[in-house]
Design a protein around this ligand. Sequence first.
Ligand SMILES: Cc1ncc(COP(=O)(O)O)c(C=O)c1O
Length: 388
Amino acid sequence: MAKRADRVAGFGTTIFTEINQLAQQHNALNLGQGKPDFDGPAEIINAAVQALQTGALNQYAPGPGSTSLRQAVADHARRFYHMEVDPTEGVVVTAGATEAIFSCVLGLVDRGDEVIVIEPYFDSYVPNITMAGAKPVFVPLHPPTWTFDPEELRRAFNKRTRALILNTPHNPSGRVLTRNELTLIAELCQEHDVTVISDEVYEHLIFDSACHIPIATLPGMFERTVTVSSLGKTFSVTGWKIGWVYGAPELVRGVAQAHQFVTFAVNHPAQQAAAFALSMPESYFVDFKKMYTRKRDLLMSALRQGGLSPTLPEGTYFIMADFSSVFDGDDIEFARHLTSEVGVACIPPTFFYSHDHAHMASTQARFAFCKSDEMLREVGERMAHLGR
Ligand SMILES: Cc1ncc(COP(=O)(O)O)c(C=O)c1O
């Protein structure tokens, strides 16, 4: 009988699908998925429209990405991080960060290798690793500080470790890893000859005094790191699915070799607009941070109105909040209750953990604040009814 492959049989449907359906059914304010409910900047949309109308960009882009976007990615790395990236040999444009990470795993990890994953993790990492025939090894961030235990990290490394997937600023905890934390990761990766796949899609979403440090800028790390980012978060165009990988040519070559047989090339007119976006003036990035600081503060007070204990995020557009003082039950029960009874949808974070560590987040919920100020204020009004 015809049947699906074993490698996908255990995947099931994502928690996002269930919560989105429940949110629709109950007309809930949906703070589940990290998807802005507002449009990207008009200049960028116009750049995409113009790119479509030139008539020169409606056919396949070069496989590794358009010359203009690869140059813009290299310029951006120099402008923000003083990193020298080769736009020809050191950049590959992908279908979002999601494809970028999969192509990194396929291009840099062999069957039977181990890949260290820091929990809670973005949901595609583990399926990517298992589809490549490799084995995930988990190191948790411990709430409420969301820091790793240096000993647990050290123990995760051995002679089979090939790569470590890092994410900072971190979804869902909102942590921005410090130089000290990154230095320990860097030292262990050098000691064990491990490649870092660094997912930095929230690089411009940082608050207050937090400082985003790409691990590739640490001594000895550029040559063993591939850095992943994406247009979607920084420019509020998640639907475009334009991402990229940059780093040392030897590693990027491996990623490009996988990418050529995953998507070959990605949306050509959107790449033209992405190149324009990455060269936006400083004021764009300053205003973007200001807008999200306001939204973060609105959601922090909304969650407190509901009696939750939120952790103030240093970065990203997510807040993790402990609900144990207002609800008896686990995170899945809480997310269903909040969506159907209070009309606010959130994500239960145990889905971002391995089985053995899922209990660590069983009294937490993840809320996204990439939403209109009106919606975030209404969340506060609805949350005030929680537990009454
Ligand atoms: C940590 C992290 N990595 C990767 C992605 C995927 O990015 P893209 O939409 O560019 O594929 C997301 C999206 O939510 C994310 O939160």
